[in-house]
Write a new protein. Structure first.
Length: 707
């Protein structure tokens, strides 16, 4: 019984084992078929014992073809026959039939287990090379079974090309990285996917290979990364952090520098989520040398910062300029109001008083306030013109000595009035003739000397020295010093002295007039002449200004011989054509001229002036006083018309311009229009008469009878 049971048990067990092994075999077969099906268009299962064939897998495009074939043939031989006739190119029929003959297959499989043959299929009217692979899957129960799988060679080539492309692409992409790691965030392990050009050893180094990822990272960071980046880098690469962050973002980067020992190069680590992470938490970490880019970015960043700083500076400068313009206007109006107030106040007082003596005093004060106003206006206009670059130097040959004399003539009266003890050391001055704008050079030193006088108490000392530093055949370099024993300038103020409207006022300087424009003009003129100016001063001890100027030497043959003037001409009895549109100015000029014994022909504009000249007899008119800005025809046009009139006296008659435009440029234009001289308004009576006398005498000397 036991025995029977045992047998029964054994047979059940054997049965079970057989079933298990059969099911295992089935699984293996299925697996094999599935693997083949990925690359082969048809996978068939042939049973040579039973002489049958069935479809295991076929790909879509060939379904109708094989289904049709198999439905027509029940046995393997019939299938082979039909298939060969239908799909194999004719030349290969015999060979195909031979190679796939049941017996041939059996014997070849028996010796090698699997093999492949090539054949040419006619598929979709094309001759397609194909490969047929045969694999023995026989077992004891199932007899001789065989997998027959067919694929087109084109597909293989296509597949291989695609694979190769993919491979190339990956290889190219990873070129940019120094290393790529695959990290298992749950297990804290890592795998090296790519590592090359590892300049600064990293996790690729064998010492790290078997470490947990975070331990390896810690060792790497401590040894290779510069200190400032360590903490943040470790935090960003901890598994817990990566897991959390990659839930929200697909990736993130961090740029770090390696230790000074490794050359302080910049690297970038980037951590990204893997695309196939359903079955776990994985990340890819790439490491890239970004030194060049980072340094270039830094350079650009610095450049931008520098540009921004410059822009800010320019903006501040513009704002300052704007502010100082407003200050300038405020200062101008204040400084103009003061003398104007005096003019109007004394005018009212003069009208009200009965005393001739007091009236004369008031009128003198009005005159002096007027002078102040005039010099202020001249200074402001001068400064503006220099600042706007309108002022140009008008160079002409002039002996240096004459320039010095010109300066002294202007300042001597001031010195005398204040009983200043003045010394001039011009022993070092050259007698050279230089190319200079004498008016402007004189302006510089008259300003400096009058300041020295102004800020030095009565009876004080003022000294001027002229030294020739270097004289060559072409140039002469001068050093001019003006020193006084006056009140001096404080060290805080000295840096501001060349700014317009700056004045240092103290007990000592209280009541001293001025606009604070003189030194601004001086500095700008010196700059215009490519020279330099220095100031040194001590409060209570005095001030010293040093000016360095270099002049080109003039060619002395260039007419330096002024015409000798005869001054014995008497203006009395002369007739003056006065072209002036402003009634008051006409009245003033007429009064001056009549007082000097002359008669006046008035004209209210240029055209009337020209007409009256043409109506006069030849030589009747001694000279023309010509205002510049007039309605109908201005002074320039009128002068040109007189000069072009074609009368014997039209070219020689003196025409003296009277204008408020008191600049060199205007003076040049005056001469271009044929006028003889220029006087700026308000006209000083003495200068007017002097000029008239000089010009009339000159015209007479040139041989035209104007009497
Ligand atoms: P102004 O003389 O019309 O005030 P400046 O521009 O010529 O204007 O001079 C500016 C200021 O510099 C003066 O107001 C004065 O405070 C100071 N300064 C110039 N020259 C001297 C000097 N020689 N001694 C003392 N202070 C001077």
């Amino acid at each position: 019984m036991l025995n029977d049971n045992w047998k029964l048990y054994k047979s059940a067990e054997a049965d079970h084992e057989q079933k298990v092994s059969q099911s295992k075999l089935k699984k293996k077969l299925n697996y094999l078929i599935n693997v083949f099906a990925q690359e082969y268009f048809a996978v068939l299962l042939a049973d040579f014992t039973a002489d049958s064939v069935e479809i295991a897998r076929i790909s879509e495009p060939v379904v109708p073809l094989l289904a049709q074939t198999l439905s027509r043939s029940s046995t393997y031989d019939a299938f082979l026959d039909f298939y060969c006739g239908q799909y194999i190119v004719e030349q290969e029929h015999a060979e195909f039939m031979r190679e796939l003959d049941r017996e041939t297959i059996r014997s070849r499989l028996r010796s090698s287990g699997s093999y492949s043959i090539s054949s040419h299929h006619m598929y979709q009217e094309r001759n397609c090379p194909a490969e047929i692979t045969l694999i023995d899957v026989s077992d004891e129960q199932n007899g001789s079974e065989c997998i027959i799988a067919a694929r087109f060679i084109e597909d293989i080539v296509r597949q291989q090309t695609a694979l190769k492309k993919q491979d190339d692409m990956v290889k190219t992409l990873v070129q940019d990285y120094n290393a790529i790691y695959h990290i298992d965030l749950d297990q804290d392990t890592f795998m090296i996917l790519q590592a090359h050009n590892v300049v600064n050893e990293d996790l690729y180094d064998y010492t790290y290979r078997n470490m947990p990822f975070q331990t390896a990272m810690k060792k790497f960071v401590d040894e290779m990364v510069r200190e400032e980046d360590r903490e943040i880098m470790l935090r960003l690469s901890s598994c817990a952090y990566m897991k959390e962050r990659l839930k929200k973002e697909s990736g993130y980067s961090y740029r770090y520098q390696v230790t000074p020992l490794r050359g302080m190069q910049y690297f970038e680590m980037r951590i990204v989520r893997t695309r196939t992470a359903e079955d776990g938490n994985y990340a890819i970490m790439t490491v890239r040398n970004v030194d060049e880019t980072a340094r270039e970015e830094l350079r650009i960043q610095r450049e931008i910062e520098r540009t921004n700083r410059e822009l800010k500076k320019a903006l501040e400068a513009a704002e300052r300029a704007n502010e100082s313009k407003s200050d300038f206007i405020a200062n101008v109006s204040h400084d103009m109001r003061t003398p104007l107030n005096a003019v109007l106040g004394y005018d009212r007082l003069a009208l009200e008083t009965d005393s001739d003596e007091i009236r004369t005093d008031y009128l003198q004060k009005i005159g002096s306030a007027g002078e102040t106003l005039l010099s202020l206006i001249n200074d402001i206009l001068d400064l503006q013109k220099i600042e706007n670059g309108v002022t140009t130097l008008h160079l002409s040959p002039v002996p240096l000595r004459a320039v010095i004399d010109g300066i002294l003539t202007n300042v001597r009266p001031l010195m005398d009035a204040k009983k200043i003890h003045f010394t001039l050391d011009d022993s070092g001055a050259s007698s050279a003739v230089v190319e200079a704008d004498a008016v402007r050079v004189e302006e510089i030193f008259i300003n400096l000397l009058s300041n020295a006088v102004k800020f030095t108490p009565k009876g004080g000392e003022v000294m001027m020295s002229v030294e020739c530093l270097q004289e060559t055949a072409k140039e002469i370099s001068m050093k001019l010093v003006i020193k006084d024993s006056g009140v001096g300038i404080s060290s805080e103020f000295i840096s501001k002295i060349y700014e317009p409207f700056t004045q240092e006022r103290s007990e000592e300087t209280a009541g001293i007039g001025g606009s604070g424009l003189g030194l601004s003009i001086v500095k700008r003129l010196v700059d215009l002449m490519n020279g330099s100016i220095e100031a040194e001063s001590r409060l209570g001890e005095g001030t010293e200004f040093t000016v360095y100027l270099t002049f080109k030497k003039a060619d002395e043959s260039n007419g330096l011989c002024p015409a000798k003037e005869k001054s014995d001409f008497i203006l009395e009895g002369g007739k003056i054509l006065l072209c002036e549109d402003n009634e008051m100015n006409r009245e003033i000029a007429t009064a001056i001229l009549e007082k000097a014994g002359m008669s006046v022909i008035p004209a209210v504009n240029g055209r009337e002036g020209v007409e009256k000249f043409l109506q006069s007899g030849i030589g009747d008119i001694s000279a023309v006083l010509m205002d510049i800005r007039m309605p109908v025809m201005d002074g320039y046009e009128a002068s040109k018309a007189i000069r072009a009139a074609g009368r014997p006296d039209s070219r020689s008659i003196p025409i003296i311009a009277l204008s408020a435009d008191a600049y060199n440029d205007d003076i040049i234009k005056v001469h271009e229009c044929g006028m003889t001289s220029h006087l700026s308004k308000p006209v000083d009576p003495g200068r007017l008469l002097q000029t008239l006398q000089k010009d009339i005498v000159k015209a007479e000397q040139e041989g035209v009878d104007i009497g």
